[in-house]
Ligand binder design. Structure first.
Ligand code: FAD
Length: 418
């Protein structure tokens, strides 16, 4: 491969804090807010313009909150109390504003449209912050503890942690999705069989061979609205979420699916004749990419057998749901699990100090990931990382030196079922 040697350069250190969180998405927002509330100085670096990641760009359905405490409980109680959530659905746009308030009130220094480009290293080669690329240029955020909440484990990988990607047998990842709104719909809600039958009739009328990309679709209004329908049908397989060109191709294909879905409904059914094409999410719905090799891993056997471990931080109760990895596979495969623990060691990348991983990139396998990647569980991981970061900063040590039982005990005090 042709290469270019980038000249070495001095970077300004823009911030010197206790904790820097890479990625202000689901787990990252929870980690940053909780760490700041624990008295730590915190910078949160997010590549998009808003907090929340999948919570505010992709997912309108909330689950696995019942046995959670702390941040997760506060979140769901606020959303339900303020009408942002009509259980189990929430309004992503209003949730963005709520997360803004939480981040601001906690004192987190947020940096939006800023990308975690590399780990910063001290004279011993240990991680000691982040190199950030933003509108201000390239600068460094020095921190005692770094929390990688990028979903993809970008920082851990750049710091030298090893990782696995996708299904163990062939490396294929679950399909990538995109969320989209159709507005001005005045018809009734419609269950899955009725909606699929209507789409079949529309496709036959169109005569263009239209086939819905996800067969679990139904007509569901966005929480708190009367005339906006949630379109979660766009799904593509065979794209690499860690390859910029492949991911870009996926986005274009997904947006084309949004148009085909809209056109088929609008032009070939009476019920949807008045719909209008609404906004498309700015972030793709990536279900899986890197799983960082950590001190402990959460595997299929743990999920199906309900594994409990000493120092388990909280319990996951969500079923495994695997969206197709290749065309021709079932659109979704669901398997029940028994409540199982996420151990602290699954947040500690092997061979790297001063770094925690949270969210869908923690240590685990392809099948278990399809259960623990759920929003409430990512919030809980973020909160656990904040607790561990506080103990590490106080003890002037790496998070690896903190006993998992200590973190678990604090999680239990916050109401997380163990
Ligand atoms: C299509 C889809 C549907 C889903 N449906 C549901 C559902 O119905 N219910 C449910 O509970 N869960 C659902 N999930 C799962 C859940 O939403 C996600 O697994 C979870 O939110 C992931 O959290 P995370 O913090 O790991 O990643 P994200 O929420 O994706 O956060 C990662 C953040 O990091 C940022 N980022 C990435 N790289 C960098 C970088 N280098 N520098 C700076 N910022 C960076 C991203 O912009 C993002 O904001 C769904 C997921 C998908 C993809």
């Amino acid at each position: 491969m042709d290469t270019y040697r980038e000249p070495a350069r001095e970077l300004p250190v823009s911030h010197d804090v206790d904790v820097v969180v890479a990625g202000g998405g689901t787990a990252g927002t929870a980690a940053a807010v909780c760490a700041a509330r624990l008295g730590l100085s915190v910078v949160m670096v997010e590549q998009t313009a808003i907090p929340g990641g999948m919570v505010t760009h992709v997912t309108h359905w909330l689950s696995d909150f019942a046995n959670k405490g702390g941040f997760a409980r506060e979140f769901i109680e606020h959303l339900q109390g303020s009408g942002i959530c009509q259980w189990p659905y929430h309004n992503l746009f209003q949730t963005t504003l709520y997360l803004d308030e939480l981040v601001h009130a906690s004192g987190v220094r947020h940096l939006y449209l800023a990308r975690a480009a590399a780990p910063m290293r001290d004279e011993n080669g240990q991680v000691c912050g982040l190199v950030v690329e933003s509108k201000s240029g390239r600068h460094a955020v020095r921190a005692k503890v770094v929390i990688d909440a990028t979903g993809d484990g970008d920082v851990a990988a750049l710091a030298g942690a090893t990782f696995a990607v996708g299904r163990e047998s062939d490396g294929a990842c679950q399909s990538i999705s995109l969320s989209h709104l159709l507005t001005n719909y005045t018809g009734p809600a419609m269950g899955n069989p009725d909606f699929l039958a209507l789409l079949d009739r529309a496709a036959a009328a169109a005569g263009n061979g239209y086939r819905i990309p996800y067969d679990r679709a139904r007509v569901q209004t966005l929480a708190g609205t009367r005339q906006c329908i949630w379109n979660g049908t766009p799904h593509v397989c065979g794209h690499d979420p860690l390859d910029a060109a492949s991911l870009s191709d996926a986005l274009v294909a997904l947006r084309r699916q949004c148009r085909e879905f809209h056109d088929t409904l609008k032009h070939h059914t009476e019920e949807f004749a008045h719909i209008e094409f609404g906004p498309i999410a700015g972030l793709p719905g990536v279900r899986e990419s890197r799983r960082i090799r950590c001190d402990e891993a959460v595997n299929y056997a743990d999920a199906s057998g309900g594994c409990r471990r000493p120092g388990g931080l909280f319990l996951v109760t969500q079923a495994i749901d695997i969206h197709k990895c290749r065309e021709g596979e079932p659109d979704i495969y669901v398997e029940k699990i028994k409540p199982y623990h996420i151990p602290y060691g699954a947040l500690l990348p092997q061979g790297v100090e001063n770094l925690l991983v949270v969210g869908r990139c923690i240590g685990g396998d392809h099948q278990a990931l399809a259960s623990y990647r759920i929003i409430a569980d990512c919030f809980a991981m973020g909160e656990a990382a904040a607790i561990a970061a506080r103990l590490a900063v106080k003890g002037r040590c790496s998070p690896r030196a903190i006993p998992g039982e200590r973190v678990a005990a604090e999680m239990a005090c916050l109401g997380y079922e163990q």
